[in-house]
Design a protein around this ligand. Structure first.
Ligand code: SAM
Length: 235
């Protein structure tokens, strides 16, 4: 196995670069990604949804082998024709391109042809319910005790619905907790209590939806009353 360990695999070194790349990962969430990827490095991490590489850089800086999946469509709110090139430039600038296997394809297309082991799955792709449910199927390549991280778990209607459906329809993901709306699941049989803890996050989800509405209405002071002082949506 090639030695992928970067000269400085610390979180601080990774975040110094990643924070300069536009994206929706907070520092605390980036720490979670870094911790989870460090625990499995140099094993395989699958990232679904890379955009400009903010999270990819954090994951790959640990020395993990990252498969970064993104079709880079330019027909969504933040998509541009040069997104893929900017993503590749960011990886190169961070010095992690050697650790990243870039797949310009949908998560489903890569998954249906996949025949390798995976140690960590990070879901941050298309945010409608069906796509997210499909992305969660990547966990079939994980072993019991491995981790699935889901971004926007309680700040996006489609992702939240997918998680509720997954919790009622499968017995594969045990909810561990969240950092903002980055949720951590362990591949393990959830107890009833574990499932109820996901339902228990719904007030937090409702608060985030309300904040989004207030921001759309340009009512930032009202959003601030709910503890949201950013101009960006909560995530
Ligand atoms: C919220 S962004 C990802 C942000 C990124 N993780 C970061 O840290 O900045 C969602 C990404 O999912 C990608 N995407 C859309 N459909 C997808 C699919 N079917 N499979 C994988 N990624 C997809 C989009 O192109 C977009 O770049």
């Amino acid at each position: 196995m090639p030695d992928r360990t970067p000269r400085d695999a610390s979180f601080d070194a990774a975040w110094r670069v990643a924070r300069t790349v536009d994206g929706w990962l907070t520092e605390a969430q980036a720490r979670d990604l870094h911790r989870a990827a460090s625990a499995v490095a140099p094993g395989r991490v699958v990232e679904i949804g890379s955009h400009l590489g903010r999270s990819t850089i954090v994951l790959a800086s640990t020395g993990a082998a990252v498969t970064a999946i993104d079709p880079f469509p330019d027909d969504w709110r933040y998509g541009r024709p040069d997104t893929e090139q900017r993503f590749r430039d960011h990886l190169a600038a961070a010095g992690v391109e050697g650790n990243v296997d870039v797949r310009v394809a949908t998560s489903r297309d890569v998954r249906t042809a996949w025949d390798d082991g995976v140690r960590l799955v990070y879901v941050d792709g298309k945010h409608d319910m069906w796509s997210c449910l499909d992305d969660l199927r990547w966990s079939a390549f994980l072993q019991p005790g491995d981790t699935v991280l889901v971004h926007d778990a309680f700040s996006s209607l489609g992702v939240t619905l997918a998680l509720l459906r997954d919790q009622t329809a499968t017995r594969r993901h045990r909810y561990v907790g969240r950092t903002g709306s980055l949720a951590r699941f362990e591949v393990a049989t959830p107890s009833v209590g574990d499932r109820l803890r996901v339902v228990g996050e719904l007030p937090w989800f409702a608060r985030n939806l309300l904040v989004k509405v207030l921001l759309r209405l340009r009512l930032r002071p009202a959003a601030a009353l709910l503890g949201h002082r950013d101009t960006a949506d909560p995530y």
